[in-house]
Design a protein around this ligand. Sequence first.
Ligand SMILES: *[C@@H]1O[C@H](CO)[C@@H](O)[C@H](O)[C@H]1NC(C)=O
Ligand SMILES: *[C@@H]1O[C@H](CO)[C@@H](O)[C@H](O)[C@H]1NC(C)=O
Ligand SMILES: *[C@@H]1O[C@H](CO)[C@@H](O)[C@H](O)[C@H]1NC(C)=O
Ligand SMILES: *[C@@H]1O[C@H](CO)[C@@H](O)[C@H](O)[C@H]1NC(C)=O
Length: 486
Amino acid sequence: MDLRGLLLSLLITIMIGLEMFCVANGNNLVFQVERRKRSLTGIKDHDARRRGRFLSTVDLNLGGNGLPTKTGLYYTKLALGSPKKDYYVQVDTGSDIMWVNCVECSRCPKKSDIGIDLTLYDPKGSKTSELIFCDHEFCSSTYDGPIPGCKAETPCPYSITYGDGSATTGYYVRDFLTFNRVNGNRQTAPQNSSIIFGCGAVQSGTLGSSPNEALDGILGLGQANSSVLSQLAASGKVKKIFSHCLDTVNGGGIFAIGELVEPKVSTTTPLVPNMAHYNVVLKNIEVDGDVLELPSDVFDSGNGKGTVIDSGTTLAYLPAIVYDQLIPKVFARQHGLRLYLVDEQFKCFPYTGNVDGNFPVVKLHFEDSLSLTVYPHSYLFAYEDHGVPVWCIGWQKSVTQTKDGKDMTLLGDLVLSNKLVLYDLENMVIGWTDYNCSSSIKVKDATTGIVHIVGAHNISSASTFLIGRTLTLFLLLTAMLNGFIN
Ligand SMILES: *[C@@H]1O[C@H](CO)[C@@H](O)[C@H](O)[C@H]1NC(C)=O
Ligand SMILES: *[C@@H]1O[C@H](CO)[C@@H](O)[C@H](O)[C@H]1NC(C)=O
Ligand SMILES: *[C@@H]1O[C@H](CO)[C@@H](O)[C@H](O)[C@H]1NC(C)=O
Ligand SMILES: *[C@@H]1O[C@H](CO)[C@@H](O)[C@H](O)[C@H]1NC(C)=O
């Protein structure tokens, strides 16, 4: 059976059945595939009911660094299959599917300049691997109903286009995922669970063959039923609560699935219900004590209501009208700085002073009195331009529009790093607190009630970061940003 040919013809049929829309991205048009989604009854928790709930705390070892001058992303190591093999996948709270590059892949990266060894997943090389066919419940729920042209024994295809225009296409498989279950202070034991994930057959854009920041795949940690988080929760393995602390100081950081005990995240903001992503309501922005005067609906992007929190995006994107007010305020105390464009992308200026003393703090205020304090050393990043030390502005003008033409507000690693960010899907809230991401947190084992320490990790094997690399890989957000559930 020519799997790839079959897959492509099937995909074309499906594409026709899907709503396609495009967003203006400068002069380029980025096509985004919006998938209509509905409940994934396919991944029911019958396993949990049969065996009783056995909720684990999971420690995801992190590597990478969100700074645009470093990797610009965070990743974790997971094991798949039996015998199990290790895969490095980007940790992305802005998408919902896990996929890894597969053996048949055309245009997959072979080498990575992050200093990790890439591995292709081979369904034939794992004795527990199973194909998911297009008549499987998981498949029809991902596509909101039966797949047109589905014949027996046809694999269930997936296709995701991310916000930077890169894309991955392949088919779903089921296999065992082995993760680290926390069973002591800074101590874990392997545990496994059968999950459905994508086997990547065709990659394009930044996910293609370039070794720049190449990884084995992406771990979508969104709230849709298809995400690994939801699948583990549905099979009674974990609670739908996780925290990350992304460390730009030492790289890597802390990532734990389970109930957070310490630090206390006392203020939270509600997650906008029925959204595909982690959307929150941003009310206003304060710079140096002054609140920006903005139209009241500027952060309410119509049917993409709210502001997206996304660990898979490197920078922070604001509507043009917000950006145009924010930047002059950020530079109000500085006179005579020479701003120029680096890599046709970043506004930079030669500077040797202490940015924290000379630039204002920016505060984002959210619903329910939660605020996000962004320090100058976070929203400005140091770079060396042909030997000249410069600082560059991390804030960006939004390049993504929602269907009704509004600029999207997207908060990535630039503002999320060096904070403990708690995603509590049991209570549908999100919150954060300034934190040392090289330290540790305490989580409670839901089965035993015992509190364990989960420490920081930095799994990158070698330091191969090159100063002066082109700063191009900066936006990874999912195609389903505008997708509504139901
Ligand atoms: C996810 O699955 C659960 C139970 O399997 C179901 O009740 C729920 O409606 C589904 N949610 C979505 C958003 O599809
Ligand atoms: C999953 O875990 C069980 C119990 O620890 C073990 O017996 C089994 O071999 C594991 N399966 C795989 C595929 O790793
Ligand atoms: C952060 O925690 C690490 C590990 O405990 C410690 O070595 C480091 O000094 C701390 N950094 C700050 C700024 O406190
Ligand atoms: C983390 O890894 C990076 C890249 O290998 C390295 O530069 C950094 O020193 C490491 N940090 C720690 C604390 O080990």
